[in-house]
Write a new protein. Structure first.
Length: 215
């Protein structure tokens, strides 16, 4: 059975717009106002790349670490409002019941990741995990997916994600991606990025597992 590599932010927990708001407020603290739609378009990209991608290399060199620290502080304030996506825990139960090894691969910092796992109540279900703290470069670089593969016992794998950054990271690691649109990216955007399959929701994915590469 292929290993199921699951993204967390936006895929298993509903966080993408919380991240957008936290980044918007962080940039504003440094006198930088960016359209929220642009901020959202880059959610899923690791924070090590996010500032330069949105505001340029000069802002990154002057304020990058401070902006990331402010974003984390602001996101911490929103963390209590974050909830699992409908059917997320049940998807992991389904995958385990079908014989899949489940590895979580998240661009989140370890502190946030641990909070998400607790909200999902899956600590005793997943086989292993990796976060941005475990690798040198985050999505869309393939490091997170490669780290997940290194921890898995199986050789074949399928990624489940919600952003074009997930698709690109998985593709560069030689892994196909199934996407859900729970992160706020459209079906067409995810297909254009190279997703092998796009489904409406995690609940929809559970119902259609036999139609996917996770069959």
């Amino acid at each position: 059975m292929p290993v199921a590599i699951l993204d967390v932010d936006g895929t298993l927990v509903d966080t993408n717009y919380h991240h957008t708001l936290a980044w918007y407020r962080a940039f504003r603290r440094y006198g930088i106002t960016l359209p929220m739609w642009r901020l959202h378009r880059h959610v899923g990209m690791g924070g090590d790349k996010y500032v330069a991608a949105l505001a340029g290399n000069d802002v990154e060199s002057r304020y990058g670490d401070e902006l990331r620290a402010e974003w984390q502080r602001l996101f911490d304030e929103l963390l209590r409002e974050v909830a699992p996506v409908d059917g997320a825990r049940e998807l992991i139960v389904d995958l385990k019941d079908r014989g899949h090894e489940v590895v979580l691969a998240s661009s989140a910092v370890r502190e946030h990741f641990d909070a998400f796992v607790d909200k999902l109540q899956v600590r005793d279900l997943v086989d292993s995990s990796t976060t941005k703290d475990d690798v040198e470069a985050s999505k869309p670089d393939p490091d997170l997916v490669e780290a997940a593969l290194a921890k898995a016992r199986g050789a074949d794998a399928v990624m489940v994600g919600d952003t074009p950054w997930d698709v690109e990271a998985a593709r560069r690691a030689g892994v196909a991606t199934i996407c859900v649109i729970t992160g706020g990216f459209s079906e067409q955007e995810l297909r254009d990025a190279g997703a092998a399959l796009v489904v409406e929701s995690v609940a929809d994915l559970r119902a259609r597992l036999d139609e996917t590469a996770l069959r």
